[in-house]
Design a protein around this ligand. Structure first.
Ligand SMILES: [Fe+2]
Ligand SMILES: [Fe+2]
Length: 184
């Protein structure tokens, strides 16, 4: 079981680094500075293409099991499930707006700012709820044999940004993450 939860926790740490990066760019946006739109776009590309497609489906399996086995967790699971849906929607919307800014479509600064701020806050609150409530309860209450089966079944995907092999499309983002100030 710990193998799966360790992987999910590691994903959260990585996703938090991207949220910090988005927040730094947001501060520039809020202060009339020039945010690095390409960096924000790449961060949102990862979050919508990797996190939404590989991280969330693994958690969804835990939600399904918790909903069946642990009646006291139904409300929490229902909320987390709705948040997955909403985060995917919001993430796609933000990614789309960043693409528009890049192709010189006029987008109001305050619209972009609101989208970034909302996304960062809701993604953080969601991860906090999972780490603070769902994961500890699921670790304690769900059957070890079920965890072992899940570990064999899930496709956690190859992480194209934080994994051993870096996808070319994330070179710029990885360099920014590795530099002390988050700048390239
Ligand atoms: Fe989640
Ligand atoms: Fe998560």
């Amino acid at each position: 079981m710990s193998e799966i939860l360790d992987r999910l926790n590691a994903d959260h740490r990585n996703m938090s680094r991207l949220l910090e990066l988005l927040e730094r760019e947001y501060a520039l946006l809020a202060g009339n500075g020039a945010p690095d739109i390409a960096l924000m776009r790449d961060a949102m590309h990862y979050l919508t293409h990797y996190s939404d497609r590989f991280h969330h489906p693994v958690e969804d399996r835990i939600f399904d099991r918790a909903q069946d086995e642990l009646p006291s967790m139904r409300e929490l699971v229902g909320r987390l499930r709705r948040e997955h849906y909403q985060l995917a929607e919001d993430g796609r919307a933000l990614y789309q707006v960043l693409l528009e800014v890049e192709s010189d479509v006029a987008v109001r600064r305050d619209v972009l700012r609101t989208l970034v701020d909302h996304y960062v806050r809701s993604q953080r609150a969601h991860m906090d709820l999972e780490e603070g409530k769902l994961f500890p309860l699921a670790r304690r209450e769900l059957d070890p044999n079920w965890w072992a089966r899940l570990a064999e079944e899930v496709d956690a995907g190859r992480d194209p940004l934080f994994g051993h092999l870096l996808d070319q499309e994330y070179r710029y983002l990885r360099a920014a993450l590795e530099s002390p100030a988050g700048e390239v």
